[in-house]
Ligand binder design. Structure first.
Ligand code: PEP
Length: 248
């Protein structure tokens, strides 16, 4: 039994449609899980999914959140709106948003703050790219992402997740080995104890993401500091995602 409740989050990215919603939700109906399970569909489908959720333990998450609360910010969706719509959590600073939509650590920090203040569970995504790993600067990269992304945040008993997603492992089929991931998670946990008090840091769940599948799930989750998984490609196959969740 893990000290922290495991969590498995599906990130559908810009994929899926009504068919996938129906088959995914149907496969979770009436099932009980030891882990907290959430799916982050495209915004447009959240409400469709929520109508089915009274029949399952599934939660809905958002792939992003606005740093703003309201106003003239065309195309944005606020944390408060997500919360009111029934969302439980939101991803923040996914590597695709950092690389393709110019998100930076300061913006992530603002998003973490608005998510916490609105009652959403923030899942701050961090991770080094291939060049940074080869240059042996993984820890420096993570230090910067964590210290800036969580600067001056006070948890005051509220939950936070950090998702370690090495960019070189995302969508490539090249997952980090369990021991490689554990080593980084241990480093992240140590950094969190410098940012927060020891008790708060110990409560933060650290997820691994990057080519997770039903075959590597068990070994990854067996690691002491791997408290959950963020699943991209494999979550688009409902049977495959269910098999991952059943092992968590
Ligand atoms: C992701 O993009 O968050 C992810 C983990 O993708 P994949 O599982 O496809 O590597």
């Amino acid at each position: 039994m893990k000290a922290r409740k495991p969590i498995v989050i599906a990130n559908w990215k810009l994929n899926g449609g009504l068919d996938l919603i129906c088959t995914s939700v149907a496969s979770f109906i009436g099932k009980h899980f030891d882990a907290q399970i959430a799916i982050c569909p495209p915004y447009l489908y959240m409400r469709d999914m929520m109508t089915f959720l009274q029949f399952s333990e599934l939660q809905i998450g958002s792939q992003n959140v606005s740093r703003y609360e309201s106003g003239a910010y065309t195309g944005e969706t606020s944390a408060q709106m997500l919360k009111q719509a029934g969302c439980s959590l939101c991803l923040i600073g996914h590597s695709e948003r950092r690389a393709m939509f110019n998100e930076n650590n300061e913006g992530c920090q603002i998003k973490v703050r608005t998510a916490l203040n609105s009652g959403l569970l923030p899942v701050l995504c961090v991770g080094e790219n291939q060049t940074e790993r080869e240059a042996n600067i993984t820890e420096e990269v993570l230090y910067k992402q964590l210290s800036e992304g969580l600067a001056n945040i006070e948890l005051n008993g509220r939950d936070l997740c950090v998702a370690y997603e090495p960019v070189w492992a995302i969508g490539t089929g090249l997952a980090a080995t369990p021991s490689m991931a554990q080593e980084v998670h241990q480093f992240i946990r140590a950094e969190l104890t410098k940012i927060f008090d020891a008790e708060s840091a110990a409560r933060v769940r650290i997820l691994y993401g990057g080519s997770v599948n039903k075959t590597n799930t068990r070994d990854l989750l067996a690691q002491q500091d791997i408290d959950g998984l963020l699943v991209g490609g494999a979550s688009l196959d409902p049977g495959h995602f269910l098999a991952i969740c059943e092992q968590a």
